[in-house]
Write a protein that binds this ligand. Structure first.
Ligand code: NAP
Length: 79
């Protein structure tokens, strides 16, 4: 397996974070190229995680909620 943890920002841009969105789109493209070459590859485009990581602070979580993005419970997301 070749699994990368990408972000939905690669698709929707994640307002005011153009570089972050572009970086995640590049990660998705890396996996797409591997698969086209017959190599294993999976990109999981996560939404925002609750409680841990870069989107866990109250201000960021509130901004994401205003855009319709609910933070994911880590245990449920991993399951
Ligand atoms: N959190 C989310 O909601 C979310 C959603 C979708 C995708 N993701 C993706 O999941 C990954 C992890 O996110 P996170 O929220 O856990 O981020 P985070 O809390 O900011 O942690 C980032 C980790 O990367 C390390 N790091 C940063 N720059 C590095 C470098 N130049 N070389 C080596 N290590 C470096 C940091 O190490 P130090 O602690 O030593 O600085 C830290 O352990 C990211 O790729 C992110 O795009 C996260």
């Amino acid at each position: 397996a070749f699994v990368v943890f990408s972000s939905i920002s690669g698709v929707w841009g994640s307002g005011e974070q153009a570089a972050y969105g572009a970086a995640n789109a590049a990660l998705d493209a890396l996996v797409a190229r591997r698969r086209a070459q017959g190599l294993p590859g999976t990109a999981v485009a996560w939404g925002p995680w609750a409680r841990v990581g870069m989107a866990a602070d109250d201000e960021t979580a509130a901004q994401l909620r205003r855009r319709g993005l609910s933070p994911m419970d880590p245990a449920r997301a991993l399951a």
